[in-house]
Design a protein around this ligand. Structure first.
Ligand code: SF4
Length: 337
């Protein structure tokens, strides 16, 4: 099933996820890792998914690529429309063509994705030869070109390096080079800077923003750090316990967070207190994300929420539309809906 963007995409959305449910069937019970997620990404748009570990962000990304390990995982509901076609109806062989070509993924730890036995040039070239049917020479030349685009110095020489010759930051640049090699329309970046030190994190984010502008690709950026989203994304989706709890444009969410979980994530940002001229004490959200196999009744955030009241323990709030493009899953938002 080939995807022809222009002819099959009457609207501007590149990706539209509706009611996605991905469950894991374990001896502990059914773990609802993703439970009814709606999400859309426009062409050339960067959307950030934010939340702590275990909120369902990465499982959402793996579901898009149909890479959820089955068993124990299974996509049990919803639709994932990419360029107007539902990826959930694709055969495995059709999905293989989509991955790396039209949708690529950058993982947190490049060493898990790079093969230590092959040079980086061989690995980038193989992707190009597989998806673009390029000759060996043309694939090699394109590999040099993409390494140059991500700022690898002397790419003609470094292309013969093995992954262990490179620093963590350089390996992540190679992963980004691999992800753009085939000019995908969607790049999914799952915590692409988490394993790197702060200076390198900023460089990698700059490279990603720059490449997005140059290639016109859409980016789905997954992170636990709202600060990363602030500088890169146009739209933010906050996830908690497998569900979207807040969604808005990036400025709106920073100026006017309406879900206590979003507000707590912001409070936990390690920004310096400029007024005091020093670093503020790091805030930690009390408690932990509940296991998706043992979710509490009512609002899933109620046992960590400073604003919780009686109704929150019994009834789960729906997503309230509180302003155009701004949704919040909190009873406190009901009166604004
Ligand atoms: Fe907090 Fe209640 Fe809102 Fe949940 S519904 S976030 S517990 S105030």
């Amino acid at each position: 099933m080939d995807i022809a963007p222009e002819e099959s995409m009457p609207n501007r959305m590149l990706l539209e996820i509706r009611g996605l449910k991905t469950f894991f069937y374990t001896c502990e019970g059914v773990s609802k890792a993703v439970d009814g997620v709606d999400l859309s990404i426009g062409r050339g748009e960067t959307v950030g998914i934010v939340g702590e570990s275990g909120c369902g962000k990465s499982v959402t990304a793996l579901s898009i690529l149909r890479l959820v390990p089955d068993p124990p995982g299974r996509i049990v509901g919803g639709e994932i429309d990419f360029n107007g076609k539902n990826l959930l109806q694709f055969k495995i062989s059709e999905m293989r063509k989509v991955r790396g070509d039209q949708i690529s993924m950058i993982f947190q730890e490049p060493m898990t994705s790079l093969n230590p036995l092959f040079t980086i040039g061989f690995q980038i070239s193989e992707i190009l030869r597989l998806h673009k049917d390029l000759s060996k020479g043309a694939a090699w030349d394109r590999s040099v070109e993409v390494l140059k685009m991500v700022g690898i110095p002397s790419p003609e020489k470094r292309i013969r390096d093995y992954p262990h010759h490179l620093s963590g930051g350089m390996r992540q640049r190679v992963m980004i080079a691999m992800s753009i090699a085939c000019e995908p329309s969607l790049i999914i970046a799952d915590e692409p800077t988490t394993a790197l030190d702060v200076t390198i994190q900023a460089q990698i984010l700059d490279i990603m923003c720059d490449l997005k502008e140059k290639t016109g690709a859409s980016v789905l950026l997954i992170t636990h750090n709202l600060g990363v989203i602030a500088d890169t994304a146009a739209k933010v989706v906050v996830m908690y316990a497998g569900k979207v709890v807040e969604q808005a444009d990036v400025e709106e969410i920073f100026e006017n967070p309406r879900h206590p979980y979003t507000a707590a994530l912001m409070k936990a940002l390690p920004y310096p207190d400029e007024a005091a001229g020093s670093k503020k004490e790091l805030y930690v959200i009390p408690g932990i994300v509940p296991s998706p196999a043992h979710l509490p009744p009512g609002c899933k955030f109620h046992n960590r929420c400073a604003s919780a009241f009686a109704r929150c323990e019994k009834e789960e709030p729906p997503l309230f539309r509180i302003a155009p493009g701004h949704l919040a899953r909190c009873w406190l938002a009901e009166k604004c809906a």
